[in-house]
Design a binder for this molecule. Structure first.
Ligand code: THU
Length: 136
């Protein structure tokens, strides 16, 4: 289980990363902060595309950055998102595709922090968000 101090730090990082979101089509900006087993934090934002389907979610951006650098062990991810440039007012749970990507690299007790701000957040395990997930 992550300590409160670690959770707050991930929330700060995810909120800051959200400012890099490239979302001219939906105007829905998402930021993610992925804590690796080695203590490093990999950030991600959503990156949209005029052809729509090439869009990459914030969570997958963070996972792919880490994996592309040889890092495959993860403890937790913080996700924050919402419309416009103002601070989010609601939780932003990961989409089904991102849940499947997390399943590829993370253990069932991997923690997923959905954050509105430092005081307002929820913590789930991957097992809770993906019960009976597909793994080979
Ligand atoms: N989005 C994410 O980045 N993560 C999610 O888990 C949900 C959706 C992005 C994709 C798209 O750029 C925008 O939010 C609206 O769907």
């Amino acid at each position: 289980m992550l300590e409160k101090r670690e959770i707050r730090s991930l929330i700060d990082t995810a909120l800051a990363q959200r400012k890099s979101a490239y979302a001219p089509y939906s105007d829905f900006r998402v930021g993610a902060a992925l804590l690796a087993g080695n203590g490093e934090v990999y950030t991600g934002c959503n990156i949209e595309n005029s052809a729509y389907s090439p869009t990459n979610c914030a969570e997958r951006t963070a996972v792919f950055k880490a994996v592309s650098e040889g890092v495959r062990e993860f403890r937790a991810i913080c996700i924050t998102g919402g419309p416009g440039e103002e601070e989010p007012s609601d939780f932003c749970p990961p989409c089904g595709v991102c849940r499947q990507v997390l399943l590829e690299f993370c253990d069932p007790d991997f923690e997923i922090i959905l954050a509105v701000n430092r005081e307002h957040y929820q913590v789930y395990t991957l097992d809770e968000l993906v019960p009976a997930g597909f793994r080979l």
